[in-house]
Design a binder for this molecule. Structure first.
Ligand code: HMG
Ligand code: MG
Length: 304
């Protein structure tokens, strides 16, 4: 089993986007920019910065242009942004993202709540976005929500995940995130969702995006590694939640994933100490402790 475990993992920190989108207190653009700077200084090579969605739906992301244009970009780091439709893409392209993300759902009900359209309609909306991005030389990722469970529909069958993955592949999406939006997944269920996705995408094109609501995200990460998956999304300080998945907490904390991976001799290119500093910075701004067991343990050790 362990022989297929990758020796290197690439993490996308989604803290500035998935992490902060659900925060009620407005976070100034300058703080978001500083967070991105700290993440890149910690060695993150991919950062999901913001989203170009309706500010009426997600006010916290209304400063997308200010944030993207405020970043001092570091060579070798890829900056991605969410774009649900052409309007979002047209705004995003001015800010020169390296990758755009279209985001669909394996569950019909969640698609309606999150992006106000059916799965089929979402694919129709994404298709011209994908075409425009590829024509502009911008990479395209597809996020697939509710691949294990949905807050409205309950369990989601792997066939539904395969169906969505096939649709995304069909419109030219280059890689996909298998998201457990509400963190209900357990290792074998998550593996089935990943295997369903692997019917349409190669192992290098599939990433795990696990929210930690039920405390399963690290186990699910290990289960994904067992399948050879080596791309993951995580959120510094475990920030976050989705505004359309009530009660869902943040993504698995990047600090926790990095600690586990380094303990397994898996290379991430990330400096855990500097990552903890980045998490402490944003947690300090939000006036709370990082939502990461590893960060809190190591911060306590430092203080002692
Ligand atoms: P809609 O209301 O169906 O769209 O929203 P519409 O085309 O009818 O437009 C309505 C209004 O929105 C108009 O403005 C448009 O101009 C404006 P008005 O005339 O009323 O003043 N509008 C926009 N404004 C800015 N940027 C845009 C845009 N598009 C329309 N791109 C829409 C459709 C998708 C825009 C809306 O439902 C929306 O913004 N939803 C927010 C979705 C979101 O951000 N969800 C959280 C991110 S996804 C996530 O967290 C899951 C993930 O992490 C994976 C996982 O864990 O599952 C990725
Ligand atoms: Mg998410």
């Amino acid at each position: 089993m362990t022989s297929s475990i990758p020796s290197r993992v690439r993490l996308i920190d989604v803290g500035p986007r998935d992490g902060l989108q659900n925060e009620k207190t407005p976070v100034p653009a300058a703080v978001k920019v500083e967070l991105v700077h700290r993440l890149q200084q910690a060695g993150l090579q991919e950062i999901e910065v913001t989203s170009y969605v309706s500010p009426k739906w997600v006010p916290q992301m209304g400063d997308n242009h200010e944030v993207m244009s405020g970043i001092a970009r570091q060579p070798g780091v890829a900056y991605s942004v969410l774009t649900p439709n052409l309007k979002g893409f047209e705004a995003a392209v001015l800010d020169k993202p390296d990758e755009i993300v279209v985001f669909g759902s394996a569950s019909e009900a969640f698609s309606q709540r999150n992006i106000n359209c059916s799965i089929a309609e979402s694919i129709e909306r994404f298709a011209p976005v994908v075409q425009a991005a590829l024509a502009a030389g911008i990479r395209v990722r597809g996020a697939m929500s509710c691949t294990v469970g949905c807050p409205y529909e309950g369990d989601i069958a792997p066939e539904r995940v395969a169906y969505l993955a096939g649709l995304l592949k069909g419109i030219g999406v280059q890689r996909v995130d298998v998201a457990d939006t509400i963190g209900v997944g357990t290792p074998r269920k998550v593996q089935r969702a990943l295997e369903a996705t692997l019917q349409h995408f190669g192992i290098d094109e599939v990433s795990g995006h696990f929210h930690d609501t039920y405390g399963q995200a690290l186990s699910n990460t290990l289960a994904a590694l067992e399948l050879g998956v080596w791309n993951f999304q995580s959120s510094v300080a475990g920030l976050g939640g989705c505004p359309y998945a009530k009660g869902a907490t943040g993504n698995v904390a990047t600090e926790d994933v990095v600690y586990m991976l380094h303990g397994m001799d898996i290379d991430t290119g990330i400096d855990l100490d500097r990552l903890i500093d980045a998490g402490a910075y944003i947690s300090g701004f939000l006036d709370r402790k990082p939502n990461s067991r590893v960060a809190n343990a190591l911060l306590t050790k430092r203080a002692g």
